[in-house]
Each structure stands twice: as structure tokens, then as C-alpha cells.
Design a protein around this ligand. Structure first.
Ligand code: FE
Ligand code: FE
Length: 207
């Protein structure tokens, strides 16, 4: 993760007159408007806040990349259980993307994505599983589950940390939004384990 350090040097001035968008014209709900105005320019200039934003941009890119990859994994899956799990999580991932956009909005920031090398690599690995295994086999499903769980664990680590950061900074609504996504990623991980145990692993061991 390449840090965007430019803003950290202006810490002492604490005021950028041009950036006083405390009231966002977009309808973001009554609650969020009051939250938004509570984010002071001093907080926005802090390195912790900048680091938090940088990581949000990273997971935003990662989620978008995953949303594009999941339908491909769905198509490649052998069992209908795994295909359905991928289909379900594609929809959930679209929700995660919207949730991050909401978080950016609450912080009074523009939603921007920054390439996440980790997720790119994880999806590459999933593609290798597809090319290295035969269509219609349980071994392929076992490999796809492994790849998907690696991606989920990356997301769990990221959301777990980001929700803690948000809590530390006193962003209550952001904390609960990130917690919701974190919970969903954990549920997905558990669901994938269940599919492996109930439908895939035994068959794979017999192929
Ligand atoms: Fe996600
Ligand atoms: Fe996920």
C-alpha cells in the first residue's frame, strides 16, 4: 500500500478554506448530516484519518474486483451448492460496495478506488485453480473454496481493522456499517466451510 503522504505535511495549518463541505448536497439522511459536520478539518488532516481513507480506497477496489470475478467462479463451480454460494455473495459484494460508498459519503469524501495488489493476486490464484483443474470435478470446487476463503479472510482482516479505526475516531455510524460488512464476510466464510465439509471434500478425496 503506497501511502498518500502529501496531506500530512499541512497538519499544522489546520484550515483549508476551499474544502469546507460540511453539508453535502446529496440526500444522505438526517442522521448522517449531523455526523458529517462533526468531522473537523483537523481530524481530516490527521495521518490516522488519511491512512484510514487510503485503506478504504484499497478495499473499495478489492470489492469491485471481487464482484467482477465471482460470476466467473460461479460458472466454473461443479456443485450447485458452491455455484449458489458464489451467486449469493456476488449480490452481497455489490452491497459491500454501496456500503463503502456510504462510508465515504459520511466522511465527506469522494469514493475513490485504489488498486489492491493483494486482491488482484488472490483472484489470479482463483483463475489458476480453474485452469489447473478439470471441469466438473470436486477437486475444482475444493480449490475454488480455498481461493474464495483466502479472499474472504483478506476482507475480514481489512474490515476488522477498519471498523476498529472508525470506532477509535468516534465515527459511530461508519463503525456500524463496517461491522455489518464484517459480519457478512464471516458468514460467507462459514458457509464456504460448510459446503466443503458437506458436499465437496469427501468427493474430491475419492476422485
Ligand atoms: Fe466483501
Ligand atoms: Fe466477501
Amino acid at each position: 500500500m503506497a501511502a498518500e503522504k502529501k496531506t500530512s505535511t499541512s497538519k499544522t495549518t489546520g484550515s483549508k478554506a476551499t474544502n469546507s463541505k460540511t453539508t453535502n448536497s446529496k440526500a444522505s439522511g438526517t442522521k448522517s448530516d449531523s455526523k458529517q459536520s462533526s468531522i473537523s478539518q483537523q481530524m481530516k488532516d490527521s495521518e490516522f484519518h488519511q491512512f484510514f481513507l487510503d485503506e478504504l480506497k484499497d478495499i473499495y477496489w478489492a470489492e469491485k474486483h471481487l464482484a467482477k470475478a465471482l460470476p466467473k467462479l460461479q460458472k466454473a463451480a461443479t456443485s450447485k451448492e458452491l455455484a449458489q454460494a458464489f451467486e449469493k455473495h456476488t449480490q452481497e459484494t455489490e452491497t459491500h460496495i454501496k456500503t463503502i460508498e456510504k462510508v465515504f459519503e459520511l466522511l465527506g469524501e469522494k469514493a475513490t478506488a485504489k488498486k489492491c495488489d493483494a486482491m488482484e493476486g488472490l483472484i489470479e490464484e482463483a483463475n489458476s485453480v480453474i485452469s489447473d483443474t478439470d471441469k466438473g470435478t470436486a477437486v475444482r470446487d475444493a480449490g475454488l473454496i480455498l481461493s474464495a476463503q483466502k479472499a474472504e479472510h483478506y476482507e475480514i482482516a481489512t474490515y476488522g481493522t477498519l471498523r476498529t479505526f472508525a470506532e477509535k475516531m468516534g465515527h459511530e455510524e461508519v463503525t456500524s456499517l463496517l461491522q455489518q460488512t464484517l459480519d457478512n464476510e464471516k458468514e460467507t466464510d462459514v458457509a464456504l466451510t460448510e459446503i466443503a465439509v458437506n458436499f465437496v471434500n469427501e468427493e474430491a478425496s475419492e476422485e
